[in-house]
Design a binder for this molecule. Structure first.
Ligand SMILES: CC(=O)SCCNC(=O)CCNC(=O)[C@H](O)C(C)(C)COP(=O)(O)OP(=O)(O)OC[C@H]1O[C@@H](n2cnc3c(N)ncnc32)[C@H](O)[C@@H]1OP(=O)(O)O
Ligand SMILES: CC(C)C(=O)C(=O)O
Ligand SMILES: [Mg+2]
Length: 570
C-alpha cells in the first residue's frame, strides 16, 4: 500500500445539498423490486447460467413475488436471445410479471433487442450509456453533447420500434451508467433530454435508473445525489426513479435504503448480493430489513433456505455462512451470554406477540428456519446454551445449579478438544457423567415395604462386584434408601421431571448431595420409567460421584459405615 494514497486516489466530493430532507424520512412501504439476477448477476459468473438454470432462476424469482425481472442482454449472446424467446413462446411469464432486457445505446443492438421481444405481452426495454467524465473521455471520446446525443438517438429509435409493435405494452428505461461518478447537472440534463423524446405521462411512466455502477462514496453522498436528481428531473410525476447500487465499498444495502428515503421508487439488485465484482445490492437483505421494521416487503422468503440452495445452484457460488438472514450461522449463538439471553428470550416470547428475543433481529421461524441450530456449544459457551440444547432436543430441564456444574464438565471437554459439541454429544456426556455412574455402587433392584409409620426399603446393589442386600427406613423411599446406604449422605435438594410424553415417558430425578465432613456437594441423576427407581438411582449417582471425587483417606472414612454393614451381612 502507498504511504501517501492521496497521490493516487481522490476523495468523492460532497453534493452540498444543504436542505436535504432524506435523513428525516422513514421508509413506510417497499420500493418496486427489480431483479437483475439473470442479467447483471449472470454476466458476473465464471460460467453464465445455461438455459435450464436461467429458467430455474426465473421461476424462483416469480415464486418469491418479484414483478419486474431483467431476464437477459439479448444482443450479447444467442443463449440470452433464445432465453427471451423461450420465455415468450413457452408462455412462462405470469400475467403480473414484466420482463426487462438490457441493451447498449447502439442501433444494431437495439434492433436485435426488440427482435427478441416479439410477441411479449409487456416488456421493459432498458438502454444505457455511460455518462461519467472518464467514460466520455476514455471510452467514447465524446464531449457532453456527444454523450447526450448517444442517449437521445437510442431513445428515438426505441420509441419508433415500440410504436411498430403496438401488441406489446412497452415501458422504457434509461440508465446513465456510472451515474455515481457523473456531474449531477449533466446527469439530469441527459435524463431530461431523454424525457423530451419519450414524453411520458403519469399514466405511462418511464424509468430512470441511477446506478452506482461503482460504489464510490459513503451512502449519504449517494442519497444526496438521488435527492438532488429527484428534485431536478423534468416531469418527475411521470418518472419512476430507480436505483442500482453496487457494493464496492460494502455499503450497497445502506446506499439503497438511504436512496429510497431520498426519493427512489424502485431498487434493482440481485438475490443474496450476487453481481459484478462485490455484487449488486442484496434484495433479500433489503426486503427482510423492511420486514423486521414491521413492513411487509411484498416478497416471500418464508422458505429462505430453499431459495438459497436454488440460487447457489444457479450461480454456482456459495452464500457466506454469515450472510444476513440466510447464512448457516446467523441464527446461531456460540458465546455463553448470548446463549443465555436467547434461551431466556424464547421462554419470555411465549407471552408476547412483538418479537423481543435478544440477539435475534427476526424470528427464524418466519423464514422457515428452525430453532434447532439456534444455539451451538463450544469453548465460548456457558450454561445457557448447554441447557437450551438439552431441553430443546431431549426435554431435559435442569435445575440451575446442575446447569452450572454440568457446564464445567462440558467446558473441560471443549477446552481439551477445541471443537463444537452437538446436542447428541452433550446428551452422551450428561449420561456418562451422571446417569451411568455406577462405581462403586451399582443399582440392581429395590423392594419397598411399610415399617410401622415408616417407609422400609430393601436395596439390592453390587458393590465392588459383590451382590449385597441392604435395609433402611425413613420418612419416604429416598430417605429410606439413604439410610440403607449407611453413608454420611446429606440430600440438599431434590427435583423430578418427566422426560418425553405418553407411554414413552420416563422420570428424571436430580438430587444435590453432600457427605458430612466433605466441603463439596454434587449432583446425582437417575432416569427410569419408575419415579422411585429414578430417585434411588439419582441418590446412588450422587454418592458415586462424591466418592469418585474424594481422595483415598476421605473415601475410606466415608465408606466406613457401609463396609461395616457389608461385613455384618456377609
Ligand atoms: C455496468 C454494466 O453492467 S453494463 C452491461 C455490461 N454487459 C455486457 O456488456 C454484456 C455482454 N456484452 C457483450 O457481449 C458485448 O459487449 C456486446 C455484444 C454487447 C457488444 O459487443 P461489441 O460490439 O464487440 O462491442 P464492445 O463490447 O467491445 O463495446 C465497445 C464499443 O461499444 C461502445 N459502447 C459501449 N457501451 C456503450 C453504450 N452503452 N452505448 C453505446 N455504445 C457503447 C464503445 O464506445 C465501443 O465503441 P467503439 O468500438 O466504437 O470504440
Ligand atoms: C447497466 C447498468 C444499469 C448497470 O448494470 C450498472 O451501471 O451497474
Ligand atoms: Mg450493474
Amino acid at each position: 500500500m502507498l504511504k501517501h494514497p492521496e497521490t493516487k486516489y481522490r476523495p468523492m466530493p460532497p453534493v452540498g445539498l444543504k436542505d436535504r430532507t432524506w435523513p428525516d424520512q422513514v421508509i413506510s412501504k417497499p420500493p418496486i423490486w427489480m431483479s437483475t439476477d439473470l442479467r447483471d448477476g449472470n454476466q458476473a459468473l465464471f460460467e453464465p447460467m445455461d438455459a435450464q438454470r436461467k429458467m430455474r432462476m426465473f421461476k424462483t424469482l416469480c415464486a418469491i413475488g418479484i414483478k419486474q425481472i431483467e431476464v437477459a442482454f439479448p444482443s450479447a449472446s444467442q443463449t440470452d436471445f433464445d432465453f427471451v424467446r423461450e420465455l415468450i413462446e413457452g408462455d412462462h411469464i405470469p400475467d403480473d410479471v414484466t420482463i426487462e432486457v438490457l441493451t447498449q445505446a447502439r442501433e444494431d443492438l437495439i434492433r436485435r433487442t426488440f427482435e427478441s421481444l416479439r410477441g411479449a405481452r409487456q416488456a421493459i426495454v432498458h438502454v444505457y450509456n455511460a455518462t461519467a467524465p472518464n467514460f466520455r473521455r476514455i471510452v467514447f471520446n465524446v464531449d457532453e453533447a456527444g454523450c447526450t446525443q448517444i442517449a437521445v438517438n437510442a431513445a428515438r429509435l426505441i420509441k419508433q420500434l415500440a410504436a411498430e409493435r403496438p401488441e406489446t405494452r412497452w415501458t422504457f428505461q434509461y440508465s446513465p451508467e456510472v451515474f455515481s461518478g457523473t456531474e449531477l447537472p449533466f446527469a439530469a440534463s441527459v435524463c431530461n433530454a431523454v424525457t423530451a423524446v419519450w414524453q411520458p405521462t403519469p399514466e405511462n411512466k418511464i424509468i430512470f435508473n441511477l446506478p452506482a455502477t461503482v460504489e464510490m462514496s459513503t451512502p449519504n453522498v449517494y442519497a444526496d445525489q438521488i435527492e438532488w436528481m429527484h428534485r431536478h428531473l423534468d416531469q418527475r410525476d411521470s418518472i419512476l426513479l430507480s436505483v442500482h447500487p453496487h457494493n464496492d465499498r460494502g455499503c450497497a444495502v445502506a446506499a439503497a435504503e438511504l436512496a429510497v428515503m431520498a426519493g427512489a421508487d424502485r431498487v434493482e439488485g440481485c438475490l443474496f448480493g450476487n453481481g459484478e465484482r462485490t455484487g449488486n445490492v442484496d434484495l433479500v437483505t433489503l426486503a427482510l430489513n423492511l420486514y423486521t421494521q414491521g413492513i411487509h416487503p411484498g416478497l416471500d422468503f418464508s422458505n429462505i433456505n430453499a431459495v438459497a440452495r436454488t440460487v447457489e445452484d444457479c450461480n454456482q457460488l456459495p452464500i457466506h455462512p454469515r450472510h444476513p438472514y440466510v447464512g448457516d450461522l446467523v441464527f446461531t449463538a456460540f458465546s455463553g451470554s448470548h446463549q443465555d439471553a436467547i434461551k431466556k428470550g424464547f421462554a419470555a416470547q411465549k407471552a408476547t406477540a412483538i418479537w423481543e428475543v435478544p440477539y435475534l433481529p427476526v424470528d427464524p421461524a418466519d423464514l422457515g428456519r428452525t430453532y434447532d441450530s439456534v444455539i451451538r456449544v463450544n469453548s465460548q459457551s456457558g450454561k445457557g446454551g448447554i441447557a437450551y440444547l438439552l431441553e430443546s432436543t431431549y426435554g431435559l430441564v435442569m435445575p440451575r445449579r446442575l446447569q452450572v456444574e454440568f457446564s464445567g464438565v462440558v467446558q473441560r471437554h471443549t477446552d481439551a478438544t477445541g471443537a463444537e459439541v452437538t446436542a447428541q454429544e452433550l446428551w452422551a456426556m450428561f449420561n456418562a457423567e451422571y446417569v451411568q455412574t455406577d462405581e462403586p455402587l451399582r443399582y440392581v433392584a429395590h423392594h419397598l415395604n411399610e415399617h410401622g409409620h415408616e417407609q422400609g426399603i430393601r436395596l439390592e446393589l453390587e458393590v465392588d462386584d459383590r451382590r449385597v442386600s441392604l435395609r433402611g427406613e425413613g420418612n419416604g423411599p429416598i430417605d429410606a434408601a439413604v439410610h440403607a446406604l449407611h453413608l454420611p449422605l446429606v440430600v440438599h435438594s431434590y427435583e423430578e421431571r418427566a422426560l418425553g410424553l405418553g407411554a414413552n415417558a420416563r422420570a428424571v430425578a436430580m438430587v444435590e448431595v453432600a457427605m458430612e465432613g466433605m466441603p463439596v456437594s454434587t449432583f446425582g441423576v437417575g432416569i427410569d420409567p419408575n419415579i422411585v427407581t429414578a430417585s434411588i438411582r439419582a441418590i446412588l449417582s450422587g454418592a458415586n460421584r462424591l466418592l469418585q471425587h474424594a481422595d483415598q483417606a476421605e473415601r475410606e472414612q466415608l465408606l466406613k459405615g457401609l463396609q461395616a454393614k457389608l461385613k455384618a451381612v456377609a
